[in-house]
Design a protein around this ligand. Structure first.
Ligand code: ADP
Ligand code: MG
Length: 568
């Protein structure tokens, strides 16, 4: 009869929730509104932890961070049109970074959108998303929901990981069907990220090249961190004694203070290495595309890479190994038995001498007690605290704040540093910090330049609302790059780079119930940061720097075009 039939119905929102849960999704970040509000309520009621945030870009970044840290896609939710567009930026950034991430966007009425009749927040979201992620699907039928989730999981995780968009029209959410029939449709995707074992020939060729090298060098990228092949990589480096360079998010795969780490002699290693083994690192702008005057002109490259299309992307690769890093490093460790590889003491000592020289030069700057502070001595104080808290996650964005923190603050554990990433962007920090805190339950220190903080500062409220153990630190030098630039015109406005050097950012944390600190000396930075981390409560430390501290564009000022004429 009708009564029984009516009570045994389910809808699109329940089916999507159950499909996500069947595939291991336990958290969702987002901002609700028409048409996704009830979906978020239902997901929460059913047991998906819902982290309501203040901007979709931050929700997307939190999900992306979860993807990097766990190797499972983070999931985030947006409303239609503007919320959707705000979510596209982090989805593309996750895709650029090679991190699995699934965006679910509510959307408006199909026929009105397709006819351009002017629906509320009407936008052809599925098609707009396509260039910005690995795949984009729209679910128009309830039967398609489990399939969309399964395909999103598989595509986000397999090959080079990345973002997937699922468009979820309001109409589909409200469709109904028999609950038992719906239950029967739901399934768990089978082996979404299978091992991709490379050919033995490619491994043998690479091993031969490495064994014949005079100055072998290993570059570990964030793909190596993501691959969770920590032990295989550590074993290979320990067995061969090959010096290694961790790219910023590979820092900690081996401790940064390992004698073979080339962090402070990267330039010399680039000029002198003759065989370079790339492990999950691309020869993009961060490595000068593997060519040009910074590199040894005769350098040969071995590249371990999951994506075959990446090989030869910017230059000839002598020994490509297409496969996953875990399988490959296992085979390379095995191959050491028949093809021993040992870096020479001569090469190790050449680099070690340069490291000692550069470290000594740096030490004076980071230990200085000069006030107002600059990036070096403020971050020197941060380093002291982080050296005693290896399991604290570090998020870092800015220009000088990014470059100097990466150079000064050591990492000791894999996947404990999140930063601007492949595009070198700002505005990812608090999203990453929230994602890291929610995912790991561990304390997070999130260090931002004052400009970078401005993009997502409102998430301080989210940190407080969820009582997350996040310490936000702003290094305030009063501007983009620096606070002492002048308006070159006559209207008396601040310069395009100027921000408020006297702002009390820490009061934002106090406004939402967290603890605020204002630090003006390196000793205060050290003591306040130690206290904030230990409290496991939302805290914010506003670090007053000199407006003269910092250089334009940090370490990448060369990327600015040079004006031919004009006031500069
Ligand atoms: P970084 O910026 O740290 O140098 P990149 O993001 O440029 O690192 O490079 C990471 C590379 O690692 C990407 O090309 C990606 O396809 C690759 N990658 C990611 N996961 C794996 C894996 N499991 N096995 C092999 N390669 C991987
Ligand atoms: Mg600044």
């Amino acid at each position: 009869d009708n009564t029984t039939a009516a009570t045994n119905l389910t809808d699109g929102m329940h089916i999507l929730t159950e499909s996500l849960m069947a595939n291991g999704v336990s958290k969702m970040y987002g901002v609700v509104g028409i048409p996704v509000t009830d979906f978020a309520r239902i997901a929460q009621a059913k047991g998906i932890r819902y982290i309501g945030m203040r901007h979709e870009a931050d929700a997307g970044n939190a999900a992306a961070a979860e993807g990097f840290l766990t190797g499972k896609p983070g999931v985030f939710l947006t409303v239609s049109a503007p919320g959707f567009l705000n979510g596209i930026t982090p989805l593309k950034e996750a895709t650029e970074n090679g991190w699995p991430c699934i965006m679910i966007g509510g959307s408006s009425t199909r026929n009105l959108v397709d006819m351009g009749e002017g629906d509320y927040e009407g936008l052809d979201q599925m098609n707009f998303a396509k260039p910005f992620c690995k795949a984009s699907f729209r679910v128009d039928n309830l039967e398609d929901i489990p399939l969309a989730v399964a395909r999103a999981m598989r595509i986000a995780l397999s090959g080079r990981p990345g973002g997937v968009y699922i468009d979820f029209p309001g109409e589909t959410m409200g469709l109904s069907m028999d609950a038992d029939a719906a239950k029967a449709m739901i399934y768990t995707v089978n082996d979404p990220c299978p091992a991709m074992v490379p050919s033995q020939t490619s491994v043998d060729t690479a091993m031969k090249l490495l064994a014949g090298a005079k100055n072998p060098w290993i570059i570990l990228g964030k793909g190596a961190a993501y691959a969770q092949a920590d032990e295989e990589i550590q074993n290979f480096i320990h067995a061969t004694g090959i010096p290694f360079q961790p790219m910023s998010m590979a820092k900690g795969l081996l401790p940064d203070d390992d004698p073979l780490a080339t962090l402070s002699c990267r330039g010399l290693a680039m000029r002198t290495a003759d065989v370079v083994l790339l492990v999950g690192a691309r020869l993009n702008w961060m490595l000068q595309f593997g060519k040009g005057k910074k590199w040894n002109p005769d350098v040969k490259f071995i590249q371990i890479e999951i994506d075959p299309a990446e090989i030869d992307n910017s230059r000839y690769i002598d020994a490509p190994i297409v496969g996953d890093i875990k399988s490959t490093m296992k085979m390379m460790n095995e191959a050491l038995k028949t093809t021993p590889v040992k870096a020479s003491a001569e090469w190790q000592q050449l680099l070690a001498a340069d490291i000692a020289k550069n470290d000594a030069r740096f030490a004076g700057k980071t230990a200085s007690s000069e006030v107002p502070m600059n990036h070096y001595n403020a971050l020197g104080a941060v380093k002291k605290v982080m050296d005693k808290n290896h399991d604290v996650y570090l998020v870092n964005e800015g220009a000088n704040t990014l470059d100097d923190c990466r150079d000064i603050v050591n990492q000791y554990l894999p996947r404990h540093r999140l930063d601007c990433g492949t595009w070198g962007v700002m505005g990812v920090g608090l999203g990453y910090a929230i994602g890291a805190a929610v995912t790991t339950g561990k304390p997070v220190v999130s260090i931002h330049g004052d400009s970078a903080f401005g993009f997502d500062g409102m998430e301080v409220e989210t940190i407080c609302r969820f009582h997350l153990p996040v310490t936000v630190m702003v290094l305030n030098n009063g501007g983009i790059y620096r606070g002492d630039f002048e308006n070159l015109g006559t209207d008396g406005d601040p310069s395009p780079l100027t921000l408020d050097a006297t702002a009390h950012y820490e009061k934002m944390m106090e406004a939402f119930g967290g603890k605020g600190y204002f630090a003006t000396t390196p000793d205060e930075v050290e003591q306040m940061l130690a206290e904030a981390i230990a409290s496991k409560q939302p805290c914010m430390i506003n670090v007053q720097l000199s407006v003269h501290a910092g250089v334009e564009s940090g370490h990448i000022g060369n990327l600015n075009p040079k004006p031919v004429t004009g006031p500069l």
